[in-house]
Design a protein around this ligand. Sequence first.
Ligand SMILES: [Fe+2]
Length: 343
Amino acid sequence: MLYKSLQSVTGTILVADDQAANRELLEELLTTQGFKVITVSDGADVIQELIRTQVDLVLMDVMMPRLTGFQACEKIKNNPDTYLIPVILITALSDRQDRIEGIKMGADDFLSRPVDRTELLARVRSLLRLKQRTDELERAESVLFTLARSIEGKDPYTHGHCERLAEYSARLGEQLGLLEDEITALRRAGIVHDVGKIAVPDAILLKPGRLTPDEWTIIREHSVVGERICAPLKSFRFVLPIIRHHHEKLDGSGYPEGRRRDEIPVQSRMMTIADIYDALTAGDRPYKKGIAKEEALDILDQERQAGHLDEALLDVFVEAKIYEQALAPAVSPSATDRRRPMR
Ligand SMILES: [Fe+2]
C-alpha cells in the first residue's frame, strides 16, 4: 500500500478560463507538480482541443465566452469519445445554483474561487487516479474485443457478424425498454459471445465436412469457455450469463445446461434470435447464397414452432423490423466456404 500511495499520478490537464491571469496561475501550479498542461480561453476551444489531444482531465471556469463551462461540460459528457474524461468546474464560493447546474451537466467535481492550492491538487489527483483505472479497464475490454474479432476473422464468411449481432440485440433491447446497463451488456455480449472458440482447434472450427460427436462436444464448450475468459472483468458481470446461455433453447435441447424457457436469461433468448437470423442472411457462400430476409424469417418461425425460440421476443423482432436495422453488411469472399450456420 505504501508503494501505491507514493506512486505519482500524471496526466494531461486542459485548463480553460477567459482570464489570462487565472490560466497562468493554474498552469504554473499544475506544471510544477509534474502535470502536462494545455490552456484555452473558452468552452468552444475546450471541445476543439479534445478532438486534437488526448486529455486526462478538464479544469474549467463556468463563465466563459462562446461556450460556458456548463455547455462545454454537457458536450463532453454527451460524447461517447469524451464522456469518461473527468471535468472539474470552478464556481463562485457561494453559488449553490451553479453547482446544481454543474451536476446536471455531468461535472465530476467543483472548486470554489479563490482556488485553494491544496484542495485543487487533491481533487485533481483523485480524479486522475480514477481515470487511470478506467483507462486500464477500457484497455482490457478492447483486448477482449480484439480477441473476439480475430476469432471471427478466421472465417471470412462471418465478417461483421459480431457487430451486427450487437446492433440487432441492442435494438431489440431498446424496443423492449431494457435499462441502459442491460443494453450495454447486450452490445458487449454481441461482440464477445463466441470468444470461447479460441479453445476450439482450427481443424474442428473450420472443418468443411460433418463433425463427429466428439468434435461437437468440443465446439459446445465454447459458451462456458467464453464465460470463463470474460469473468475477470467486473464490468462484464451482466455479460457473463448472456455468453454462457447463448445456445440454450426454450425446449431444453440447447447447451450448456439444457435450461428451459424463463430459466434462460432473456438477453440470451434475444441474442439467439439475432444470431440465427444473421447466420442465415449474411454473406454469399460458394454453394449457398445468404438467403433473403423473408426466407430467414420463415426459418425463424419454424424454429419457434419447434419450441426453440421465445415467441414474444420473435414477435417484437419481426414486428419492429429489428432485422432491417443492422449495419456492416457481410462481404462475400472468394475462399472456400467452411462454415456451418447455427453451430
Ligand atoms: Fe456461439
